[in-house]
Design a protein around this ligand. Sequence first.
Ligand code: KG4
Ligand code: ZN
Length: 331
Amino acid sequence: MSDKYILGIETSCDETSAAVIKNGVEVLSNVVNTQLETHQRFGGVVPEIASRMHVENISFVVEKAILESGIKKEELAGVAVTKGPGLVGALLVGISFAKAFAYSLNIPIIPVNHLAGHISANYSIFKELKPPFLSLVISGGHTHLVDVKSYTEMDIIGRTRDDAVGEAFDKVARVLGLGYPGGPIIDKLAYEGKDSIPIPYPDIDGLDFSFSGIKTSIINMHHKNPNIDVKDVATSFQRAVKEILYDKSLKALQKTGYKKIVIAGGVSANSHIREYFKRLENTGIKVYFPPMNLCTDNAAMIAIQGYYNLEAGIVESLNMNAIPNLKIGEI
Ligand code: KG4
Ligand code: ZN
């Protein structure tokens, strides 16, 4: 069998990224151009600025990814690109580029769900990992428990009813004046405080999450007492988040009977969550976390999922459009 090379393109939020993957698992290149510093001064991603920066960056990011991969573009079997979820203007930059690029080489355009991409990042490292399994997808915009039935078929079995967990990290950090993005900052600070602040745990049966109550309680606490020790808040908030994610994941494992859980998305970089989930191993569950460089947005994960989509015959024409609220499992 000849080798199959896929070019991945990711522009759903504030990272312009391109990658080349060999046979669905080997990352030959993964160029990530982050706009973080530009958005930092606004305290969050500004969609219009993100789109414009993607337009400026996409050509050289793709060129660099192909150069670093050591292959010629004529060897590519397809171009995988994020179809959604994400910011519509930002997604359209990647999709438009992918269309032109695929057309010029006469190769397929492969649509990829950004969240499925986060999950598939794990396949490149854990060669033994194969569906079915449970996945906890925790990112800036989503918090899902996903039944991954095959490489391309997935069902959401639990979801947040309000804020995503990454959003809660970012908003809490913002209120405490810690900067953006909040996740990595709270992750570090949580080692320095006391676990002394009462955090209201959401009262939801089943597999759904809620983080807005916790966020609001911290905002109110900070308004009442602006001198509250931010380190203590970070420690207490961080403890609540890891416990809630763990409890629901355990419930979902019991419900599905799966013995494997894959954590995915930007928040999977969180060191406290990574450590806390290790205890699942004592109950015979295998826990997978992506390597740190594949936790947050990147195109390697899009190319990996793109490989499996192509194998399943999931391709699109030049009519392809962005779907900003694309659900996992819809492609
Ligand atoms: O997956 P991602 O890069 O973008 C989306 O698809 O949303 O996730 C970004 C989110 C942000 O909310 C950021 O604060 C969070 O991931 N994040 C973290 C950590 N690193 C990034 N959250 C907690 N701990 C971290 N170490
Ligand atoms: Zn993401």
